[in-house]
Ligand binder design. Structure first.
Ligand SMILES: *[C@@H]1O[C@H](CO)[C@@H](O)[C@H](O)[C@H]1NC(C)=O
Ligand SMILES: *[C@@H]1O[C@H](CO)[C@@H](O)[C@H](O)[C@H]1NC(C)=O
Ligand SMILES: *[C@@H]1O[C@H](CO)[C@@H](O)[C@H](O)[C@H]1NC(C)=O
Length: 466
């Protein structure tokens, strides 16, 4: 059974228990409100939509091209002896996701191409400034970028982009027989760039702890999904991250702070926000300087959203439960024309699954689910979010309504070899999948993530004035 969101859209009619209105009156009024609402909505957005669309036509035509992808893999060889086959019958058909996770398979090497194809600024040729989702990506020293589960910060002070993420450049192992693959905490890496393609390693800005076993960042613990925002009031850079123990029972968030975007960050503490368990998380800084935390809670069955204090170092007192019972994780938040958007993944460990887009008028909800944002490729690519899991969405300042969707293609057999999948994301046009409810009227613009084997940012992506 599909569990419906408890928090309904406010345009839906609120019945009160003592109402004596007949059903007829209720339905007439509901219909009337919907018509007025729909009409007003369409007109309010007309002008801005046309402008945005004109810009899109000129600048983002390439990014919004729907690119089909076909791949054919021969079925995996049955390595068992003929006698074993006879005894146990033919092997169950292996799903492509199982193949993808199997380091010895052809499918795996297709999605984790070798270093020969790495994206590198040292290489000759016409690939400069092009993104190749899934290929190894080298920094200015020629080393693979280690910034997994990461996020970007545009620093106005230095007019530079900073990419923070997990350094997973260690041994992949299983702490217990049944636990997921892991790498010990090394720390949070930082890379800097002016063009989003050429990345310089700024080093580890928050190191793991080698010896003190009671420290949150002790190497046998878990540090995931670091995100940094700048606080204009205190002139500090504040990092939030998922902190856990090896068995994922601590389920907390950690906070660190720095005077510079390039670190070093001082680790402050961890906590359970609003006294709730918290695993995948992100933070979001709104236009008005208010910041929020969004985290998976109640054993990943729902998300919680709540404001941070003015200094961004703690949660303010209250939160709202959203997408209750939906089991979503890896939230990424972004905003366009006053509407909040979110991409989430399902909960399937390191295995990829289908992303969903959500939208809301208020960041505190109610949030509506709009369906999968993935466009192009093929059915398998779309149903696995291009074999990746979202981690951040970066607005392109020169192209309103256009973003970069950043995702991780996890490689649980060798986590340090996990890849980055960056793709263009646009907001615009009518949704083509019906909403989960709301009488089937999709009234948010569509969120689209376009598959490309190779793409680049269009001219004008960084212009301030548009
Ligand atoms: C760029 O190089 C690739 C091979 O690396 C080639 O397939 C492609 O056609 C080239 N594109 C242009 C515009 O020269
Ligand atoms: C170890 O870490 C804990 C928690 O951060 C701290 O209270 C303690 O002082 C540290 N011990 C040493 C010897 O640094
Ligand atoms: C994690 O779980 C294992 C097996 O259940 C247990 O032996 C170990 O002590 C636990 N470790 C922590 C840090 O909780």
């Amino acid at each position: 059974m599909r569990i419906r969101n408890k928090h309904r859209k406010s345009s839906a009619f609120h019945c009160n228990a003592g109402s004596r209105w007949s059903y007829l009156a209720i339905w007439s009024l509901t219909g009337f409100i919907l018509i007025v609402y729909f009409y007003a909505h369409i007109h309010q957005n007309d002008k801005q939509d046309i402008l945005v669309h004109l810009n899109h036509l000129v600048d983002t035509r390439e990014m919004e091209k729907v690119e089909r992808e076909e791949f054919h893999f021969s079925p995996p060889k049955d390595r068992r002896s003929p006698r074993a086959v006879k005894r146990k019958g033919p092997r169950k058909p292996s799903t492509i996701i199982r193949e993808f996770l199997d380091a010895s398979s052809q499918v795996h090497s297709f999605f984790f191409p070798s270093k020969k194809t790495a994206i590198s600024l040292i290489k000759e040729g016409n690939d400069s400034m092009h993104f190749y989702p899934g290929r190894l990506w080298l920094d200015t020293d020629g080393n693979p970028i280690q910034a997994h589960g990461g996020g970007l910060l545009y620093d106005d002070n230095t007019e530079t982009y900073y990419w923070y993420g997990e350094n997973k450049d260690g041994r992949t192992y299983h702490a217990h027989q049944k636990s997921a693959a892991r790498v010990d905490i090394i720390g949070v890496n930082c890379y800097s760039s002016k063009d989003l393609w050429t990345w310089t390693n700024e080093g580890i800005v928050l190191p793991g702890e080698e010896t003190n076993v009671s420290h949150d960042l002790h190497k046998f613990n878990v540090l995931e999904r670091p995100k940094v925002i700048y606080n204009g009031k205190t002139d500090k850079y504040v990092m939030w991250m998922h902190i856990d123990d090896v068995n994922y029972t601590k389920a907390s968030v950690g906070v660190a702070v720095s005077d510079s975007a390039r670190g070093p960050f001082t680790y402050l503490y961890s906590m359970r926000p609003h006294s709730c368990d918290s695993r995948d998380m992100t933070i979001f800084k709104d236009d008005n300087g208010e910041a929020y935390i969004i985290y998976s809670s109640n054993d990943n069955s729902e998300l919680h959203v709540g404001p941070l204090t003015d200094d961004y170092l703690n949660v303010a007192g209250f939160m709202r439960r959203i997408l209750v019972g939906r089991h979503r994780e890896a939230p990424t938040l972004f905003k366009h024309q006053g509407i909040y958007y979110m991409i989430t993944s399902g909960c399937s460990g390191w295995a990829p699954n289908k992303a969903l887009a959500h939208a809301a008028e208020s960041i505190m909800g109610p949030w509506e689910t709009m369906g999968s944002p993935c466009v192009g490729g093929n059915r398998v690519l779309r149903s696995t979010t291009f074999f990746a899991q979202g981690t951040f969405v970066l607005p392109l300042r020169g192209l309103p309504g256009t973003f970069i969707f950043m995702a991780d293609r996890w490689n649980p057999s060798e986590l340090k070899d996990s890849r980055y999948v960056w793709l263009p994301l646009t907001i615009g046009g009518l949704a083509d999948e019906p909403l989960d409810y709301n009488f089937g009227f999709p009234h948010w613009p569509k969120v689209s993530i376009y598959w490309h084997r190779r793409w680049r940012l269009p001219e004008g992506w960084r212009n301030e004035e548009r």
